[in-house]
Design a protein around this ligand. Structure first.
Ligand SMILES: NC(=O)c1ccc[n+]([C@@H]2O[C@H](COP(=O)([O-])OP(=O)(O)OC[C@H]3O[C@@H](n4cnc5c(N)ncnc54)[C@H](O)[C@@H]3O)[C@@H](O)[C@H]2O)c1
Length: 379
């Protein structure tokens, strides 16, 4: 088995999920020809980076991401930092000939995204973006059913991503844990953070989006900035709802907010086709709900498919336990690492690539632009 040396930049929430993926992947995907080696973790604070390295068994630390990119013993750069650093790190990594796994959203905006796509394509380096919900077995099963034509013509695509953690006006913006509320670090609010996931899944399942019309709102207009200590204008969208037309003629309806009291991470989607409908809910992520109109009338109704079968029946599930026993959130990252390593073994692209993620970025930009002036926007 060949080593593939990872340089992880940023060791927060995603740094942990990815490290877990790297550590577990070969135990559960023994056919892979490459083994990720936790070579280096980078954080600006040496003490914290060392503590993370000790906990997760990284071999070394760096406090400047440029040093990681310069190192000859690093094969792949994993970008787990806030959104405003993705482009700079990714472009430097591409120029140094490193493979890149970049967190979502790809960039702050499509202009930045375009420079990243150009850089990886020019350098010819392997690249992928961690839109991990594609790798929930139930979501992958939805993709299979749609591609097999089971739904027939698609009429509607509906998705939500609801949270409630920024309702208090006392929550500040900016800095370590709260960069998501600072438009300079995040690029946008719920659109780039949450709807980007919904859009990536939608483009994958239902094809491209032609045009959009959106409403956005910033409910709390000013928040204390942790870096300046002053009250500052909030530049992100707290909530966003948009309508769209897909290229296949279907209509889309998307909503995201951080003001839906009671909801912590409710990502749901539903697709209505001529013959069948599909429904999925992140809080019950191992189930796919399916309605088949061609069923015998007496038995017709919503099925709740427990996506745990072996024998190739349910995607990824051969790798885990026995039928009936489910897996969870962290496994989506194990799957993404497995698919990335497989793409290295087979020398094929690992989707979503930077170019795929740029399509999501363009939809986000059209949504935000429509939110500003209320008109329909071409993507
Ligand atoms: N795929 C998903 O489901 C998912 C979920 C959460 C976050 N994300 C994305 O992952 C990225 C990180 O989010 P997070 O939730 O892990 O954030 P986080 O705040 O938990 O972690 C960010 C890390 O980056 C480090 N960092 C910041 N600037 C740095 C720099 N210049 N050099 C080195 N390290 C630096 C911070 O110290 C911290 O360790 C974001 O782009 C976010 O959108 C994706």
């Amino acid at each position: 088995m060949k080593p593939l040396n990872i340089g992880l930049i940023g060791y927060g929430f995603m740094g942990r999920t990815h490290s877990n993926g790297y550590k577990r992947v070969n135990d559960f995907f023994p056919e892979l020809q490459h083994r990720p080696v936790l070579k280096c973790v980078c954080g600006r604070n040496a003490e914290n980076a060392q503590a993370f390295a000790d906990q997760w068994q990284y071999e070394s630390i760096e406090t400047d991401w440029r040093k990681v990119i310069e190192r000859d013993d690093i094969d792949a750069i994993d970008i787990c930092t806030p959104n405003n650093s993705h482009a700079e790190i990714a472009i430097a990594a591409a120029e140094a000939g490193k493979m890149i796994l970049c967190e979502k959203p790809l960039a702050l905006n499509p202009e930045e995204g375009a420079t990243m796509v150009e850089a990886v394509e020019k350098a010819g380096v392997r690249n992928t973006v961690w839109y991990n919900y594609r790798r929930v077995p139930a979501v992958t099963l939805a993709k299979q059913l749609i591609d097999e034509g089971k739904l027939g013509r698609i009429f509607h695509y509906r998705a939500n991503f609801l949270q409630d953690w920024t309702i208090s006006e006392e929550v500040p913006q900016g800095g370590a844990a709260l960069w998501r509320l600072d438009v300079n670090a995040a690029g946008s609010g719920v659109t780039g953070d949450l709807l980007a996931h919904c859009i990536d899944t939608a483009l994958w399942l239902n094809g491209s989006i032609d045009n959009v019309t959106a409403v956005t709102e910033t409910f709390v207009k000013e928040r204390m900035h942790t870096e300046t200590g002053k009250m500052e204008k909030v530049g992100i969208d707290d909530a966003c709802a948009f309508l769209c037309r897909f290229n296949n003629g279907s209509l889309g309806l998307f909503e995201s907010t951080r003001y839906a009291r009671g909801h912590k991470a409710l990502y749901t989607f539903e697709i209505n086709g001529e013959n069948a409908s599909i429904r999925w809910d992140l809080h019950d992520l191992h189930r796919l709900e399916y309605f088949e109109h061609n069923d015998e009338g007496r038995l017709r109704g919503w099925r709740s498919i427990h996506v745990t079968d072996h024998g190739g029946e349910h995607p990824y599930m051969d790798k885990w336990w026995v039928p009936g026993l489910q897996i969870g959130y962290e496994h989506t990252f194990v799957h993404q690492v497995a698919d990335f390593l497989k793409s290295v073994d087979e020398d094929k692209p690992c989707h979503p690539t930077f170019a795929d993620a740029q399509e999501t970025q363009k939809v986000c930009e059209a949504v935000l632009a429509s939110g500003r002036d209320g008109s329909w926007k071409q993507v």
